[in-house]
Write a protein that binds this ligand. Structure first.
Ligand SMILES: Cc1cc2nc3c(=O)[nH]c(=O)nc-3n(C[C@H](O)[C@H](O)[C@H](O)COP(=O)(O)O)c2cc1C
Length: 351
């Protein structure tokens, strides 16, 4: 492309769901940007024992159906997380179900896991791997709305998609599926993780849990204890929030759903910091929520993240943001005399 300011302005005249579909289709047609140079070597890092050229990932929800992994990696992301994927196909909530809050640099979505199901996703992922796609791709699992035995759904997704995934995510933090977030309680989590683990092949990919930013200190203590005991291989912090900060100015701020973007940055970074402290740095954490600059990504690393992800800022800034964030992050590391992203992890976590 690259997606110029004019193209972005055009997309923003469309309904956000349509704009998103068009963007995915453009990427699938090979119209996306391609990074020409190798990443700055200072950005090199390892995640779950694999080397990444940079620690900036694309968060779940953009490539829900595992359609455009290769173009996203070619655009410069260090890793991509696809999903959430539910076992059976389901349509999600009625439209409209995603809203831009431009004055706030935010989005509210209530997609409710629109998914084409694990079989389609498995075919897509297998096709990517067959085409020699060796990029780092995480797979985020959801549950069908109608399923009462949630663990059964996550176990099914894990069993079906494990062989194609560099890591798997149990997503119990979407605000748009009734009862889902209640699975973040201690007993529910222990049971859920045990059942997913039992369904995994051997060897299994790393298993992560993605949590909400709206949890109490006691909830976080429970989650940290389960994560260390189970054990989990990592946590993703965080999903969207159901909170509506008083600072919001956009007209659609009262729409139901999960809020992402700039207003989520402080909350999600605080939860990340707390969980890093509670787990004593023993687990890799992926920091996500409101990243819009290299300084934001750097702050997540310093709060305890081993890698970071973003989504909402891309809606406003377009794909040029990927290069900008990486250049700024490299500058932050050099300024502070650090040798790589791992060197920054947890420096501001306090005790
Ligand atoms: C439109 C939209 C759809 C999303 N869908 C999912 C999803 O299916 N599964 C998931 O785990 N997170 C989903 N998320 C949450 C993001 O992965 C991320 O955790 C959150 O948006 C915070 O990051 P951001 O502020 O950089 O967007 C979605 C976010 C948005 C904006």
């Amino acid at each position: 492309m690259a997606l110029t300011d004019q193209a972005l302005a055009l997309l923003h005249r469309l309904d956000p769901e349509r704009a998103h579909r068009l963007t995915v289709q453009a990427l699938a047609l090979g119209l996306g940007p391609r990074q020409k140079q190798a990443d700055d070597p200072i950005l090199r890092t390892t995640l779950f024992g694999r080397e990444l050229a940079n620690p900036l990932g694309l968060a779940a929800g953009f490539d829900k159906h595992a359609e455009v992994m290769a173009p996203l990696l070619a655009a410069g992301f260090g890793f991509v997380e696809v999903g959430s994927i539910t076992p059976e196909p389901q349509p999600g909530n009625p439209r409209p179900r995603v809203f831009r809050l431009p004055e706030d640099g935010a989005v509210i979505n209530r997609y409710g896991f629109n998914s084409r199901g694990v079989e389609r996703a498995a075919r897509r992922l297998a096709g990517y791997r067959t085409a020699a796609g060796r990029g780092f791709v995480g797979v985020n699992l959801g549950k069908n709305k109608q399923t009462s035995d949630a663990a059964k759904d996550y176990a099914r997704g894990a069993a079906r998609l494990a062989m194609h995934a560099d890591y798997l995510v149990i997503n119990v933090s979407s605000p748009n599926t009734p009862g889902l977030r209640a699975l973040q309680g201690r007993q529910e989590l222990e049971n859920l993780i045990a059942r997913v683990r039992a369904a995994l092949p051997d060897p299994a990919p790393p298993l992560l849990l993605k949590i909400a930013p709206d949890l109490t200190e006691a909830d976080l203590e429970d989650i940290a204890a389960v994560a260390l005991d189970a054990p989990l291989d990592g946590l993703i912090i965080s999903n969207t929030t159901i909170a509506r900060p008083a600072s919001l100015r956009s007209a659609v701020k009262t729409e139901a759903g999960g809020l992402s973007g700039r207003p989520l940055f402080g909350m999600s970074t605080e939860v990340l910091r707390q969980v890093y402290r509670l787990t004593g740095g023993a687990l890799p954490l992926i920091g996500v929520g409101g990243i819009g600059s290299g300084a934001d990504a750097y702050a997540k690393l310093r709060a305890g993240a081993s890698a970071v992800q973003l989504y909402t800022a891309l809606v406003y800034e377009g794909p040029a943001l990927i290069q900008r964030i990486k250049a700024e992050l490299a500058e932050c590391l050099r300024r502070d005399g650090l040798s790589d992203p791992a060197d920054a992890v947890g420096r501001d976590a306090g005790r």
